[in-house]
Design a binder for this molecule. Sequence first.
Ligand code: SOE
Length: 385
Amino acid sequence: MTKPLRVGMIGYGFMGRAHSNAYRQVNKFFELEYEPVLAACCARSEDKIKAFAENWGYESYETDWRKLIARDDIDLIDIGSPNNTHKEIVLAACEAGKMILCEKPLAMDAAEGETMLQAVKKANVPNMVWFNYRRVPAISLAQQIVDEGRIGKPFHYRATYLQDWTISPDVPQGGAALWRLDVDVAGSGVTGDLLAHSIDTAEWLNGPIREVVARTETFVKERTHQETGETKKVGIDDACMFLAVFENGSMGTFESTRYARGRKNYNTFELNGENGSVFFDLEDPQILQYFKYADPKSGDKVEDHLTGWQRIHVTNSEHPYMDRWWVPGCTIGYEHTFTNALADFLKGLETGQPVQPDFASGLRTQKVCDAVLKSAGTGKWENVD
Ligand code: SOE
């Protein structure tokens, strides 16, 4: 017998759909003690949220998130609404003693993130930030390879996150689907939206970032606001490049833009160490590239004429998460990363082992983002704390 976990989902956009799908799928593929129940969803527009509730099979809907949080029949609040709503919802959910799953980035900035972390600690409620890319099996495998000591002393970390959907100056800012372009709602541009993913993965694989120096650019200076029709100055960073130094002494480069014509969701990283390297590209998501130079246990070098990059097709049942899905060779996709993350969260409830990335980890990423944006202003190296 599973224990029902009654979910209150806030937001109905891209992430509302991705999370709802995970709630529906998770117990079909993972053996778990808890079973999410789609109890209620919530958004301001009644037409939209009613249609969303019907489509995904939510039992009910609300148009005021405070009412949702006040309901006794909700155990968990899932925040899929824009970034500027996260803090207030988290604080209210903590007051009501609800578990919280929050979309990335955790907050508008580190100060908000700190307040949110203190609130979940005080309320002692389970929490997670939806950095879903950790649950791409190939990325989890990269982490396993690092953990197994196969990379050796790390020297370089190189990340890119490129898109191209805001090149036209005719794309409005603000409002449904376009709030990521409005600095008052998003907090920042590519730094919080895309580099937050790259930073979360980087710190997971290669440890904390100590210092950064950054440069940002806003290519389109003014855009029309979708809701008011007003033409306003654009406050977000359209592109950001930064250099980093990790605590372990390795060096990092990070690049992100929404102006890389042809790149839709090009999220890559490479880690180079003394004994090996790993490379991942989200446009080739089933593959992890691994270069083995020496064996971590024996220290024996691979014979020179046999060295080369291996393209590991990450679909074997021995690979992270894959024993839950299909037979070897059959791939999984973007939506499964949310189901895998949710399964880990539910397992964490069962075992009492808090899942990662939690709010503390989300705050770390936020601090790196803050240091990056600060450095873009000062033009100097900035410490992360
Ligand atoms: C932006 O276009 C976006 O939807 C991000 O907000 C997501 O986090 C990323 O995974 C895909 O791109």
